[in-house]
Design a protein around this ligand. Structure first.
Ligand code: NIG
Ligand code: FE
Length: 397
């Protein structure tokens, strides 16, 4: 899995597999890969014997809402009654209820809570991830969230790529005037750049949230300021967010649960990666799963993710998402492994450092309690990690 770009279309079916391999690590970097018979082990070498277990690159998680206050377990009953996700939002619940909790939370409590979820992600084999803001919807709270992400990246072994999602919903005091709200959020771009608080800007392009023209104007401003782009696109209604992601050269279009045929075609002929979040379709109790099978068959590069957040997908378990991808998206195990490693890394601008075990790269490696790579999506709902190695150091075993 050491190709230069994301792995597209049918190439996603070809994995590079070594049997009885050994990996040499020095100073946190992979320095040698070969057959275990040929490996020279010095007396001073610390060894980890995988004993025939599966060894893969550390998982890359390309889409999370890691930092938030509170929780929304009461929404489960509403879901059971069939109240749609966007109706809960319209009534001031959903994202807006997490916004209230996040505004009220201190920086320290947000940090502690996010750290808890981050540690859990590490136990599940994630070694690099993306994290979004978006539960502030005002300058101070958005900055508070972004600073938490920055601090976590500095103090935690996992690498975190930060995304500014100020345009996640329309706050109550801007109801009926999304343009004015987007203007306020775009006025933060310079400050975010100066403090180096985010690499990407994201927006929720959805019915009752932001339209395609509003999203286009906002994201164009972000691009002019030097941000990479992401879009929560075609999650519930097919507004054409996927087409917009391609038009603007976004690094990824995310969700794509109801993307049109035209959108799939455009995605397949672009450099934009489709980040598919099948756990969200599952958790919202929907029948609409992204047509990832058709996307790959048309030639697109696909990644998959948990979408970890307190409302639409409450899990840090990317292994579970791999099972859902197999059963609901009909992806092959080979496609799934590309989707949680090399392609996920490219979807967050880390294709050159994460997502593959390659000489010269960081030693981000997982040893699994599994005999082969088919086993992880097959045995679902539990954690299969045996040892998680980040930058050459064991961080979980
Ligand atoms: O990716 N759709 C928008 N944002 C999140 C959900 C956020 C929430 O419900 O708190 C998503 O599904
Ligand atoms: Fe999301």
């Amino acid at each position: 899995m050491d190709k230069k770009g994301p792995v597209k279309g049918t190439d996603m079916n070809a994995l590079t597999i070594w049997h009885d391999a050994a990996i040499g690590i020095r100073d946190g970097v992979v320095v040698w890969i070969g057959s275990s018979e040929e490996a020279t082990i010095l007396e001073t070498t610390q060894t980890i014997n995988a004993n025939g277990r599966l060894v893969t690159p550390g998982l890359v998680e390309p889409h999370t809402h890691l930092v938030f206050g509170g929780s929304r377990e009461k929404e489960l009953a509403l879901k059971q009654q069939g109240v749609p996700y966007l109706d809960i939002l319209k009534q001031g619940g959903g994202i807006l209820s997490t916004v209230r909790a996040t505004q009220e939370a201190s920086y320290e409590s947000l940090l502690e809570k996010a750290l808890f979820h981050l540690d859990r992600m590490a136990t599940y084999g994630i070694t690099t991830l993306e994290a979004k803001s978006g539960y502030g919807l005002d300058r101070d709270t958005e900055l508070k969230q972004l600073r938490v992400v920055k601090a976590l990246n500095e103090q935690h072994p996992l690498d975190i790529v930060s995304t500014f999602l100020g345009a996640h919903a329309i706050p109550v005091h801007y109801k009926g005037d999304p343009e004015a709200f987007l203007l306020e959020m775009s006025e933060m771009f310079d400050e975010i750049k100066q403090e180096n608080l985010a690499e990407f800007v994201d927006i929720f392009t959805e019915t009752g949230v932001f339209t395609v023209p509003q999203s286009r104007r906002y994201l164009k401003k972000a691009k002019e300021k030097g941000f990479g782009l992401k879009i929560h696109a075609d999650e519930i209604d097919p507004l054409g967010g996927t087409e917009l992601a391609v038009e603007l050269g976004a690094i990824s279009g995310d969700h794509l649960a109801v993307t049109s045929y035209e959108g799939i075609e455009k995605l397949a002929n672009s450099n934009t990666i489709g980040v598919i979040l099948p756990g969200t379709s599952f958790y919202l109790g929907k029948d609409d799963y992204a047509r990832a099978r058709e996307m790959i068959d048309a030639g697109a590069a696909i990644a998959i993710s948990t979408d970890f957040n307190p409302g639409s997908s409450v899990t840090e378990n990317l292994q579970l998402i791999m099972s859902i991808a197999a059963l609901k998206l009909k992806l092959s195990p080979e496609e799934i492994w590309h989707a949680v490693t090399v392609n996920a890394a490219h979807a967050i601008g880390r294709g050159d450092v994460a997502g593959s075990i390659t000489v010269g790269r960081k030693a981000d490696i997982v040893v699994w309690d599994a005999p082969n790579y088919l086993y992880i999506p097959y045995h679902y709902g539990v954690n299969h990690t045996n040892t998680v190695i980040k930058n050459g150091k064991v961080i979980y075993e």
